[in-house]
Design a binder for this molecule. Sequence first.
Ligand code: CAO
Length: 243
Amino acid sequence: IPGVKLPDFSQFGEVEREGMSRMMAATATNMQRSWLNVPHVTQFDDADITEMEDFRKAQKAAGEKRGVKMTPLPFLLKACAAALAELPQFNVSLDMERKEVVRKKYIHIGIAVDTPHGLMVPVIRNVDQKGLWELAAESAELAQKARDKQLKPAEMQGACFTITSLGGIGGTAFTPIVNTPEVAILGVSKASMKPVWDGKAFQPRLMLPLSLSYDHRAVNGADAARFTNLLTQLLGDIRTLLL
Ligand code: CAO
């Protein structure tokens, strides 16, 4: 691809140059590799998390006892694990050289963590086999390790799918880049109160915006809509996560 030719910026004003960290250079290469290899499409939906949030807030005292904070992330992990099990076409990688689809029989999910030294993606293994408290504790521990640069290489490998949550910061939607060789990534934005028509009147409901980017070579649009539909159903009534 044609490179970007840089002008001499100093002709416009004062500048300074600094070498990229190894991590920034690696992230830049991975992002570009994914952007150039993967035909991306992003599917948007909103999940009604009014009841889920009531339940989550009701766990505050229990969380304090356990020393674990229950955020929306463990619910998202559980819902994505259930959706990956039900729609296994999302739990694959493509081997284009051998023209093969690699189907995974395990459900490991990466979580994007914003750290002062850059973006890191630790991986939670066998999410389908873990409970909400375990997921809350493990995601907080891995996020802290990422911030402290203490993650081991094995803790950043083997993900089938990634969740990138900007919900604690803000925004209404975004188009995440698939973390290849995975074939899909869920972006989560900030939940907000919205008027939702119940057939008779508008009701104030807490709505969580979801942005699912996927590799259109592996996944078709109808399946992406099924995936986000399923996520909104599971998050809309978290009892269904037990089924
Ligand atoms: N909507 C509204 N509020 C949300 C929310 C959402 N979708 N998600 C989290 N929150 C709230 C939490 O409940 C918490 O609020 P309280 O303190 O009142 O309970 C607050 O935001 C902070 O949550 P958190 O960020 O500490 O915890 P988390 O489990 O939601 O997220 C982690 C953990 C690691 C995903 C997050 O810290 C992080 O690093 N996010 C950035 C990821 C990123 O950079 N992605 C971009 C990658 S692509 O460039």
